[in-house]
Design a protein around this ligand. Structure first.
Ligand code: FUL
Length: 458
């Protein structure tokens, strides 16, 4: 930690909602800040992942590339149903597996025969990617795409220059034929055995292609460059969790070192680039739909816990919901999403900090509520458009004339949510204890919900 310095706005500058409004000023020199695309993405908080493809029909998780395209035939395919379910759940963007490791393409790529064009679906004239992007946009959601670098079907795979040309050609199709893509998800998996084909990916060329064709698209991988993997597939972020990283620690996608998981979970306080984390996890045990798992869909409470473990710790949640062989979200999954959406609205419906008087103190923000309220959850924010700097804080309530600590934490970033046993008080404060630079706190929310007994995100 370099210095201890912070900034909060005066009571006079506080809006009617009790929020601390945006501080107008230049970011500290050299401090990384988000791009406009990253800022939209972080504020979106909730993304949906949709694993759909050959594995849906073969009941597998990783196909070997020898599948018969005719097997792909989703009889009741309806991407609009996926989009409506995603919207009901409060999701803002959705990422489809345009190509998974088996190499089967959900769009009629000109560069392979291993695609929907040789399936029975829509007599070979269908295009899942087309219908997907159209359906998402029609429901006000932004589409993203997953294009697996590992390809077990393509014959050029392992002949590095030739396969790289193939991969770039497919990427170019996806980036030029389907309108704006919010996120490209570059998966790091590569299950080639010791005698398997070794492909050296040309990541600089991949990144340059995306930047050239769609400068606003965000690229995800363990090495970013725009969004980093959170380091596990459980949907949970670390504490602390910085939006900044040191790019030398994870220099390219698939880079392996014993501490990579730790670095991805936490980011770096002294990171030189802005690379917020995304926590991916499936609503079911598998990434693809399997009939046998219809009774193992996460409960609504569990989904809410996932939100606290990811978004509540400054990461986006990317929740996978896999369509069935019919081409629809299963009714159980769709119902869970709707319940999740409505329960989340209830949880955050009554912000007791609304209308509070907000005071400037030497080391944080103090809120005076209109009346005492039983609070069990605080929502904290930094104004990340100016960067992230807070590294240690505590939250206190004035109880019987003395300040009682109700929670302590490290980083905040876009959002940090702390839950604790209900405390009734009309005065609350956030005390900044340590930072790496000037702290600009965003609005503080106070809610009645308290930590449920037991039961983590699992
Ligand atoms: C992994 C893949 O191997 C899984 O099949 C899935 O796509 C997951 C999101 O990433 O690396």
């Amino acid at each position: 930690m370099r210095r201890r310095e912070f900034l909060v706005t005066s009571a006079a500058a506080v809006g009617a909602s009790g929020c601390v409004p945006g501080f107008v000023g230049a970011p500290s020199p050299g401090r990384p800040i988000p791009s406009r695309s990253q800022l939209w993405w972080q504020r979106a908080e909730l993304g949906m992942f949709t694993h759909f493809g050959m594995n849906t029909f073969t009941d597998r998780e990783w196909g070997d590339g020898r599948e018969e395209p005719k097997q792909f035939n989703p009889g009741r395919f309806d991407a609009r149903q996926w989009a409506r379910a995603a919207r009901a759940g409060g999701f803002k963007y959705v990422i489809l597996t345009a190509k998974h490791h088996d190499g089967f393409c959900l769009w009629p790529s000109r560069f392979t025969e291993h695609s929907v064009k040789n399936s029975l679906w829509r007599d070979g004239h269908g295009d899942v990617v087309r219908e997907f992007v159209d359906a998402m946009r029609a429901e006000g959601l932004r589409p993203g795409l997953y294009l697996s670098p590992w390809d077990r079907h393509e014959r050029t795979y392992g002949d590095s220059p030739r396969y790289n040309d193939y991969y770039i050609a497919q990427l170019t199709e996806l980036l030029t034929q389907y309108g704006p893509i919010v996120e490209l998800f570059f998966d790091g998996a590569n299950g080639e055995g010791p005698n398997g084909k070794k492909q050296v990916y040309d990541w600089p060329r991949v990144h340059a292609t995306v930047r050239r064709l769609q400068p606003n698209a965000l690229m995800f991988s363990d090495a970013g460059p725009d969004i980093r993997w959170i380091g596990n597939e459980r949907g949970t972020a670390g504490e602390p969790n910085w939006c900044t990283v040191n790019p030398a620690l994870v220099p390219y996608a698939g880079f392996d070192a014993p501490q990579v998981g730790e670095w991805l979970q936490h980011g770096s306080a002294d990171g030189t680039v802005w690379r917020p984390g995304e926590a991916d996890v499936s609503i079911r045990p598998g990434w693809f739909h399997h009939e046998a798992e219809n009774a193992r869909v996460r409960s609504t409470e569990n989904l809410i816990e996932l939100y606290f473990a990811s978004v509540g710790r400054n990461a986006n949640l990317l929740l996978n919901v896999p369509p069935t062989r019919e081409g629809l979200f299963h009714e159980v999954d769709a119902r869970r999403l709707a319940e999740f959406g409505s329960k989340m609205q209830d949880v955050f419906a009554d912000d007791r900090a609304a209308g509070a008087r907000v005071h400037r103190t030497t080391g944080g923000v103090e809120l005076a509520l209109r009346a005492p309220a039983a609070i069990g959850m605080v929502v904290l924010r930094e104004q990340i458009e100016r960067g992230q700097a807070l590294s240690r804080y505590r939250v206190e309530a004035l109880v019987n004339g003395g300040w009682r600590v109700v929670s302590r934490g490290t980083t905040i970033g876009h959002k940090k949510i702390d839950r604790f046993a209900l405390v009734e008080a009309d005065r609350w404060r956030v005390a900044i204890e340590e930072s790496t630079g000037l702290v600009r706190l965003g609005d503080v929310g106070l809610f009645a919900r308290e930590r449920p007994a037991g039961g983590g995100a699992g």
